[in-house]
Unconditional design. Structure first.
Length: 172
């Protein structure tokens, strides 16, 4: 479909890749903790930075989905990231996985996947974030497929280096 969208003026930005593996139990940092209602404003700020605009109503619902877990990663500098893992038709999907650095993303990944040991797990990564690719490779995730991220007009100025897992392919 890319050539069709290009005819309409859309420009290619990057690919998002669906990665898959079997979740394993991991030791992970005690800085990875479940998100509580008291954390919402901090989580919302990081989400707004990574997504590009405020999605308060959506995020409140997303953080409390049935059959899901939400974790944050904090250190002495404050909130460093958050992630959600949710039940899908087959297995579990992580998304979003937003983090200020690789260490926080990895600890969140380990904490989230440890909750579903033995299950298929999926992570949709922006290929433009080389650390997200590195994380997926380190945990033996295999690419199932990719899709083009295209924009009409200028691409949004969002910090892809903080996006280790998009919320969903449908939302970014």
């Amino acid at each position: 479909m890319q050539p069709t969208y290009e005819k309409w003026g859309f420009k290619f930005s990057h690919r998002n890749l669906r990665m898959e593996s079997i979740a394993r139990k991991h030791n992970y940092s005690s800085n990875g903790k479940e998100i509580t209602v008291n954390d919402f404003e901090q989580i919302l700020e990081l989400d707004k930075e990574c997504f590009g605009f405020n999605r308060t109503t959506f995020l409140r619902a997303w953080l409390s989905l049935p059959d899901s877990k939400s974790l944050k990663f904090e250190n002495e500098s404050g909130l460093q990231g958050y992630g959600v893992i949710r039940k899908c038709v087959t297995g579990y999907k992580i998304g979003p996985l937003f983090a200020c650095n690789y260490e926080a993303a990895e600890e969140l990944f380990k904490g989230l996947t440890s909750r579903v040991t033995g299950e298929k797990v999926y992570l949709d990564i922006p290929e433009i974030n080389k650390d997200a690719v590195k994380l997926a490779q380190k945990y033996n995730m295999k690419e199932m497929f990719g899709c083009a991220r295209m924009y009409l007009g200028n691409s949004p100025k969002i910090p892809y280096k903080k996006i280790y897992g998009v919320t969903t392919f449908e939302l970014g």
